[in-house]
Design a protein around this ligand. Structure first.
Ligand SMILES: Nc1ncnc2c1ncn2[C@@H]1O[C@H](COP(=O)(O)OP(=O)(O)OP(=O)(O)O)[C@@H](O)[C@H]1O
Ligand SMILES: Nc1ncnc2c1ncn2[C@@H]1O[C@H](COP(=O)(O)OP(=O)(O)OP(=O)(O)O)[C@@H](O)[C@H]1O
Ligand SMILES: [Mg+2]
Ligand SMILES: [Mg+2]
Lengths: 265, 265
């Protein structure tokens, strides 16, 4: 079972849109998906219309109240299930501050069973706290959505420090699959220049022993497309809402590219 | 001295761009500005090119190491000074967890002296933790940058709950001046519909006793403009980088509108 963390501590760069639509794209390709909403703001949960059901049966209860993980799994469709977040999750950061092994709670719970999923995808909040650490500790691959703006490189540097620490101390299997360019403004010099900087940064680590030595910039970028901003209010992925939009095309192409990476092609 | 919190727990909606460029717009109109970077990610600090100087002399040291606040004030220009953030600020949330009066540390320090500023502007991180609470406890007015996307209304609701609590228990002077539409995509139905929903929401509280009963949607919206995304990498506000751009026009018009509100017109 592949476990993929969708992570970037910068806010509003497309993590949730990627978890939802890349997740749905992979489901379109026949993968059985489990999406876990690790953000107390619960946008992935809301995107799938699960706010109402999330109360009392979400990530917070699993992490702090010993709720069995299967009781927190809510089916969305035949190929997509969700572990939702609710507002109580905001308390987890402080509640877990002195719990031993607090970064590996989710990993241990998930490892304890066999699950009927091909890929688990973790939607992280815009921070590098205990929730993101749980994601990094249980993942085999990391996908970093990046808005090609100023500070994308600086943010990546900080994130890689955290990934290096987790890889070194807690999860030797952790590796960065790559960066996904989101909210890409085609035709602006800014987007192109930032992609260039990020590519150079990744190239400089090839052949070294860091967990991002094989990381790539995914060829398929996700262009800015208002349909992607609209589909959450209908509780749908882009494939249900606007299947012929650039948003759907881009995320499906990204799903195919990710599957090649996973299959080692 | 006016104290204005720029706050929204949703990431990437234009808080920092507003703190920088609305701040600079007010400075253009002759106001002496103090900008305080309350985000551990330090984007406002980086925007003004102060990363290097921030080490050891920023918000973190003021909050947790008894650094006198004047030693953390870094001049950027004759009309703009900055209290920077550095990466250590991420630890403040946990370090202050059991400190009595942790939400009013900044307020008490600022109240203890007379300052040569007309307006203090606080750039908040994308969360409602101790840093944002310090901002709300010391502010007279709240400005909420909003990206007119799905969940803008839900986010506002959650933010208003926190504002109501702070107003009730800690800061009776706190009031919401209004919402600033940022990253506004002119010509999309989505932007227009969300603005409509937010306006109805605010109208429904007119004449009640809540701290947002006089809140407005600022008429001057900030349109999406790549110049606003570019100017941080030059360490400049939009007025220095691209004074004839829509970004400069919009933020200057917003500054004038805010000054009317402050002067009670
Ligand atoms: N390619 C795109 N085109 C248009 N809008 C987009 C695109 N990607 C994301 N959005 C919209 O931009 C906003 C921010 O995206 P999103 O919520 O996915 O970012 P995030 O990184 O998950 O944010 P947070 O840090 O708050 O978790 C959302 O309203 C989303 O619908
Ligand atoms: N009107 C605009 N047009 C184009 N780009 C913009 C505009 N406003 C902000 N941006 C860019 O969008 C990105 C997010 O904006 P910004 O950092 O101001 O949001 P924020 O709310 O402060 O984010 P965070 O929650 O991480 O603090 C930045 O790269 C910024 O330069
Ligand atoms: Mg998100
Ligand atoms: Mg910011």
């Amino acid at each position: 079972m592949e476990c993929i963390a969708i992570i970037n501590q910068k806010g509003g760069v497309g993590k949730t849109s990627t978890a939802v639509n890349l997740g749905a794209g992979l489901a379109q390709r026949g993968k059985r998906m489990l999406l876990i909403d690790l953000d107390p703001q619960g946008h992935l949960t809301t995107h799938f219309g699960l706010d109402g059901d999330a109360a009392g049966r979400g990530v917070y209860e699993v992490l702090t109240q010993n709720l069995p993980i299967e009781e927190a799994i809510h089916p969305y469709s035949p190929t997509i299930s969700v572990i939702p977040s609710n507002v109580d999750l905001a308390a987890a950061e402080v509640e877990l501050v002195s719990v031993v092994g607090r970064e590996v709670i989710l990993r241990d719970l998930l490892a304890a069973k066999n699950w009927p999923y091909d890929i688990v995808m973790l939607d992280c909040p815009p921070s590098l706290g205990i929730l993101s650490l749980n994601a990094l500790c249980m993942s085999t691959r990391v996908l970093i959505p990046v808005q090609p703006h100023f500070l994308a490189l600086q943010g990546a540097g900080k994130l890689f420090e955290t990934i290096a620490l987790v890889n070194h101390r807690l999860n030797p299997k952790l590796s960065v699959a790559g960066m996904v360019m989101c909210l890409y403004d085609a035709g602006t010099r800014l987007s192109a220049e930032v992609v260039d900087d990020l590519a150079k940064f990744l190239d400089s680590s090839r052949g070294t022993k860091v967990p991002w030595s094989n990381a790539r910039i995914f060829k398929n970028v996700i262009r800015r497309n208002v349909k992607l901003a609209e589909c959450p209010s209908y509780g749908q992925s882009i494939f249900e809402y606007a299947p012929r939009s650039n948003g759907a095309t881009d995320y499906l192409a990204l799903a195919d590219e990710l599957l090649e990476v996973i299959d080692g092609r």
